[in-house]
Design a protein around this ligand. Structure first.
Ligand code: F6P
Length: 540
């Protein structure tokens, strides 16, 4: 497939960039959000919109009608609508890897005809069917452990895109867990997660799901082998084929590991790791919440896809979020953005969005290989609700940094008393108000809150599989639009390769099996220190 470069122009060369710079300097830099509200009684209505079950209030931003018009012009000049179409048509927009980008196809219906001509796309529904039969078999007890015991513990072994979305979504959807099923995850290379888990799990009731697009990722393979040893030690060598399932594109490696062919679920190279929860990678989530709920999550994402693909830019939620992000990043010079969900069930959403946005937008060259000439992706961070208030909100309110915020607020409790959840709602609304309005006391500088600190608020009536699907797709598409405007490829991740390769080189020196062959003087000295400490330990 021929690779295409999506945005040949540097954003800074687009005619509207200069107008945006002038508008920023002359009109908006020192504008207070409260004044924008004073001058426009309809501001809330004009700067809010609905998409599916999500409602976005973006009125508490430092933008006016002119800003919005210029930003939309920026999206038009960067050819965002054509890029959206190119993605859905299956064009190979991941130019450095020569691949299509088709996470949206994974949640489409066959009748949507999303990129059906791309190899693999027509197999999506067969894999979903195989997953459905497997998940239902586990829940019915027809698929069980080697000794006939029902599986109660689902342990996902994966990392990055093969872990974060699953952990985030399984926690978010705790209310929907199948009776008798518990979700666990193992990701880090140091092995402690598995040690802690194996102390509490009964191997006879434990199903491991090895989740790895490549099936070569060091962390995942080390953990998978340790889990296999644990099962073999306790239940015998024949147990592996009963207690392990896998989602991967690497069939040979699944063979070598001994994964039962009926327990293998494939996907395709046009699914990026951080965009893969909709594919077979979602197996452990589907096992946890059931296939009906998993399908509702896919349907929710499809709703957002349809919105993104068909609604004009000025009403397009992902596009508007992206443009507001670019406004702060490239004109106000913000370094980071905080994600603040007011529901503890969403406590891993910031970590998930960290990978989604930073692995996608942390790029310094454009699709054509030339260096970018403006900032690209910022730092994403955050924490759930009032925990965050008692930690870093001080900096948000009174610090010297400019940190735009996304508040995410389900209106109904996700499983506790509504009365208690109402306090979370009150806190969320109060915090965005405090950021915007500030508070001033002439004789008390320490108590002064400067205010005019921007935020978006994303409401949903309830945290459900469908609304979660919509929320994830919203951010996926936001990242895409930003990438198109910056002219970068949001779908490769070469920046994580070098460290991985060097770890392979350093590992023999750490274990003392070989001398360090690298040339980094600091690494050399650190290794010397490590080895002499080990020798002292042995001597002692
Ligand atoms: O961290 C880099 C990365 O390649 C991610 O993009 C990916 O999600 C993760 O590693 C895991 O990769 P795999 O699914 O192949 O094990």
């Amino acid at each position: 497939m021929k690779a295409v470069a999506l945005s040949p122009a540097y954003p800074t060369d687009l005619p509207v960039w200069e107008s945006l710079s002038a508008h920023f300097k002359n009109d908006m830099r020192s504008r207070r959000i409260s004044d924008l509200f004073r001058n426009n009684q309809q501001r809330f209505d004009s700067y809010s919109l609905e998409a599916g079950d999500l409602f976005l209030d973006y009125s508490k931003n430092i933008i006016n009608a002119n800003t919005r018009e210029l930003l939309i012009q920026l999206a038009r000049e960067a050819k965002v609508p054509a890029a959206i179409e190119a993605m859905f048509m299956g064009e190979p927009i991941n130019v450095s890897e020569g691949r299509s980008v088709l996470h949206a196809a994974l949640r489409s219906k066959l009748s949507d005809e999303v990129a059906l001509g791309v190899p693999g796309v027509s197999e999506i529904w067969d894999v979903l069917e195989k997953m459905t039969a497997f998940v239902n078999g586990v829940h019915a007890g027809d698929i069980h452990g080697v000794n006939g015991r029902r599986f109660k513990n689902i342990v996902n072994i994966g990392i990055g895109g093969s872990d974060l979305g699953l952990v985030m979504a399984s926690r978010a959807l705790r209310n929907y867990w199948q009776p008798g099923i518990n979700f666990h995850s193992v990701s880090n290379v140091d092995g402690t997660q598995l040690v802690d888990l194996s102390a509490q799990l009964n191997p006879e009731e434990t199903l491991f799901v090895i989740c790895s697009k490549s099936f070569t990722t060091q962390e995942t393979m080390v953990n998978a082998n340790a889990a296999s040893e644990w099962i073999t030690d306790r239940l015998g060598g024949g147990a592996v084929e009963h207690h392990f399932a896998a989602a991967s594109t690497n069939h040979e490696a699944m063979d070598l590991f001994g994964i039962n062919p009926d327990y293998r679920f494939s996907f395709w190279d046009w699914v990026g790791g951080r965009y893969s929860i909709w594919s077979a990678v979602g197996l452990s989530l589907a096992l946890t919440i059931g296939v009906d709920r998993f399908s509702e999550m896919l349907a929710g994402a499809r709703r957002m896809d349809q919105h993104f693909r068909t609604v004009p830019l000025d009403q397009n939620m992902p596009a508007l979020l992206a443009l507001i992000g670019i406004w702060y990043n490239n004109f106000f010079g913000s370094e980071s953005q905080a994600i603040l969900p007011y529901d503890n069930r969403l406590d891993r959403l910031p970590a998930f969005l960290q990978q989604l946005q930073m692995e996608s937008s942390g790029k310094g060259v454009r699709t054509d290989g030339q260096p970018v000439q403006s900032q690209t992706g910022g730092i994403i961070w955050g924490e759930a609700g009032s925990n965050a208030q008692h930690s870093f909100y001080q900096l948000l309110h009174q610090g010297t940094r400019f940190v735009p915020v996304d508040f995410i607020l389900p209106l109904q409790s996700s499983g506790a008393s509504q009365q208690q959840h109402d306090l979370a709602i009150a806190n969320c609304l109060a915090q965005s108000e405090a950021l915007m309005d500030g508070f001033s006391m002439d004789d008390e500088p320490h108590r002064t809150h400067p205010g005019s600190r921007p935020s978006n608020t994303i409401l949903m009536s309830q945290l459900s599989p469908s609304s979660l699907g919509q929320l994830i797709a919203l951010y996926e598409h936001k990242v895409f639009v930003e990438g198109v405007i910056w002219g970068i490829n949001s779908f490769d991740q070469y920046g994580v390769e070098l460290g991985k390769r060097l770890a392979g080189d350093v590992a023999p020196a750490v274990s003392g099996k070989a001398d360090y062959r690298g040339e980094n003087p600091s690494t050399r000295r650190l290794l010397e220190r490590l080895l002499s400490e080990r020798q002292r330990g042995r001597a002692g």
